[in-house]
Ligand binder design. Structure first.
Ligand code: UDP
Length: 197
């Protein structure tokens, strides 16, 4: 059995390395449609219990990862044994390392304006072969949101990083899935704050 069920949510038993391999293939194969990665933390799992709409967003996602040691530990108690945690921040760093080798392009949405700009600068300096196509802070109106979707659509990033907090990021990605011309979109929580330092 290759999934561990935690409160009904099926987490595939994959390591960070396997996750990167999978996402690398998604980018290389250029398949139709956006591949949504949910970094599944306890809050998301809990919210799914009485939020059917969120549950269906998770079910439709391409991948849900074990975001935190809590999810991994619960899987072990239940005998499901997830191999390791794959948190949003760790996954983002690994994606940037791989992107630096393979010249992937990124767009960064979320966090406040100063943090978003600072994170982009740090990433550009640290990963010079990554192309940072653009970014926008995460405190926007509905109308501004549509302009952001248009911008991302025209830039066609390989990877769209959405740091709006869970489950807002998951809902936002799902809502705009068919309009965003990105190969992969990942909700990463407070990762841009960590990178900005
Ligand atoms: N954020 C945002 N727009 C919002 C609310 C939050 O861009 O409307 C950002 C916030 O600045 C922070 C991130 O989303 O960078 C949320 O981080 P947190 O660690 O709280 O997220 P979680 O790990 O709970 O998903």
């Amino acid at each position: 059995n290759n999934v561990a069920r935690i409160m009904g949510i099926p987490f595939p038993k994959i390591t960070m390395e396997q996750t990167l391999e999978l996402l690398g293939k998604v980018i290389d194969q250029d398949q139709a449609g956006l591949f949504h990665v949910v970094t599944g933390n306890p809050e998301i799992v809990m919210s799914c219990q009485n939020d059917k709409q969120l549950r269906s967003i998770i079910d439709e996602a391409g991948l849900i990862t074990a975001d935190g040691i809590g999810i991994v530990m619960v899987s072990r108690i239940k005998g499901g044994h997830l191999p390791e945690r794959v948190t949003g921040c760790d996954l983002l760093i690994k994606m940037l390392e791989a992107g630096n080798r393979k010249k992937w392009s990124f767009y960064f949405l979320g966090a406040d304006e100063v943090t978003n700009r600072r994170a982009s600068e740090v990433i550009t300096q640290t990963y010079p072969n990554v192309s940072v196509l653009g970014g926008h802070h995460g405190f926007f109106s509905e109308e501004e949101g549509l302009k952001i979707v248009e911008e991302i659509r025209s830039l066609e990033p390989d990877v769209l990083i959405v740091a709006l907090g869970a489950p807002y990021a998951e809902r936002w990605i799902h809502k705009h899935k068919s309009s965003l011309n990105a190969k992969i979109a990942i909700g990463v929580g407070g990762s841009l704050d960590i990178i900005a330092g």
